[in-house]
Design a protein around this ligand. Structure first.
Ligand code: SF4
Length: 76
């Protein structure tokens, strides 16, 4: 899955939301988030993010971000 990380804070762009084929972006408190179970890992959103905030969970130490994205995509 891909996840949104802290560079997203205060970002006003939603280019990522527009390209996602499965609409798995949700609005968190200060960031957008990606629902980790709904993301199909297509990678299309990553280069669209002007803040470089979208990362694959295969990078080191991403567990906390996966849980953050899950929490805020299921909260509303
Ligand atoms: Fe959506 Fe693809 Fe990005 Fe996952 S990787 S959030 S499916 S655009």
């Amino acid at each position: 899955t891909y996840v949104v990380t802290d560079n997203c804070i205060m970002c006003k762009y939603t280019d990522c939301v527009e390209v996602c084929p499965v609409d798995c972006f949700y609005e968190g408190e200060n960031t957008l988030v990606i629902h980790p179970d709904e993301c199909i890992d297509c990678g299309v959103c990553e280069p669209e993010c002007p803040a470089d905030a979208i990362r694959p969970d295969t990078e080191p130490a991403m567990e906390t971000w996966v849980e953050f994205n899950r929490k805020y995509s299921e909260i509303w």
